[in-house]
Design a protein around this ligand. Structure first.
Ligand code: HEC
Ligand code: HEC
Length: 190
C-alpha cells in the first residue's frame, strides 16, 4: 500500500515538473514569430514579452472562444487548453519588456505626441509604458503593427471587443493622427 502511495506521489511530482517544462517548450513555438523572450524582430508581428499577464490571458482566451478576430493567432491558440493559456500568459508576462525604438520624422513625432497626450495617455501613459491592467504596453512596440491594429479597431467588420479602445481609435483622423501616434509610441524607449 505504502509503495503504491509513494508511486502516486512521485508520479504527481513528475507530472508537475513535466507540465512546467512543457510551457517553456510550447513557448519556443511562439519564438519563431515573436522572437526569443517575446521580443519581435518586427515589423507587423508584435513583441509580447513583458506585457501585463491579465492582458495576455484576456486576448488569448478571446481568440480561443471566437470573441476576438485575428489574422493568425485565432488558429494557433485553439490548440491549447485554458491551463496552458494561463501558463503562457504567466511565462511571457514574467519576461522583461524590451522596447525597440524606431526612428521617424520629427514633425510626425511631434504631432503623434499631441494625439497621445489628448487621446491615449489616460490608459497607456504618455510614453506607453504605464498601461492599465487590461491594456498592453506600447512604448517601443512596432509602429507598423500598431498602425494595423488601430485600423482593425476602426473597422466594423473586425471584431475587437474592447469598446473604449475602439472609441479612442475612432476619434482619430486617418492617416495623420493614427500614423503619427503609432510612430510616436514606436519611438519611445522607456
Ligand atoms: C506564425 C506566426 C505566429 C506564431 C507561431 C505565434 N504568433 Fe502570436 N501573433 C502573430 C501575429 C501575426 C500577431 C498579430 C495578431 C494577428 O494578426 O493574429 C500575433 C499576436 C499575438 C499577441 C497579441 C499581442 C498584443 O500586443 O496584443 C499575443 C499575446 C500572442 N500573439 C501570443 C502568442 C503565443 C503565446 C504564441 C505561442 C503559443 C504565439 N503568439 C505564436 C503571429 C504568431
Ligand atoms: C479607455 C482606455 C484606452 C484609451 C483612451 C486608449 N486605449 Fe489603447 N488599449 C486599451 C485597452 C484596454 C487595450 C486592449 C484592448 C483589448 O483587449 O482589445 C488597448 C489596445 C491598444 C493597442 C493594441 C495593442 C496590441 O498589441 O494589439 C494599441 C496599438 C493601442 N491600444 C493604442 C492606443 C492609442 C494610439 C490610443 C490613443 C489614440 C489608445 N490606445 C487609447 C485602452 C485604451
Amino acid at each position: 500500500m505504502k509503495s503504491i502511495l509513494m508511486a502516486l506521489i512521485l508520479a504527481g511530482l513528475a507530472g508537475t515538473a513535466w507540465a512546467r517544462g512543457d510551457i517553456s517548450l510550447i513557448a519556443r513555438t511562439c519564438n519563431g514569430c515573436h522572437g526569443i523572450g517575446g521580443v519581435s524582430a518586427g515589423t507587423s508581428i508584435p513583441s509580447i514579452g513583458g506585457l501585463p499577464r491579465e492582458y495576455l490571458r484576456n486576448v488569448m482566451k478571446q481568440w480561443k472562444y471566437d470573441e476576438r478576430d485575428s489574422v493568425s493567432m485565432g488558429r494557433i491558440i485553439k490548440g491549447f487548453s485554458d491551463d496552458e493559456i494561463d501558463a503562457l500568459a504567466a511565462y511571457f508576462a514574467a519576461k522583461p519588456w524590451v522596447p525597440v525604438r524606431q526612428a521617424a520624422p520629427a514633425t510626425l513625432l511631434a504631432h503623434g505626441r499631441q494625439v497621445a497626450d489628448a487621446n491615449c495617455r489616460d490608459c497607456h501613459g504618455l510614453t506607453g509604458n504605464d498601461p492599465d491592467v487590461d491594456a498592453p504596453r506600447i512604448n517601443g512596440q512596432w509602429a507598423k503593427y500598431m498602425e494595423l491594429e488601430l485600423e482593425k479597431y476602426r473597422s466594423k467588420e473586425f471584431k475587437l471587443p474592447h469598446r473604449r479602445m475602439g472609441k479612442a481609435a475612432n476619434q482619430m483622423k486617418r492617416p495623420a493622427d493614427a500614423d503619427g501616434v503609432a510612430a510616436y509610441y514606436g519611438a519611445q524607449g522607456r
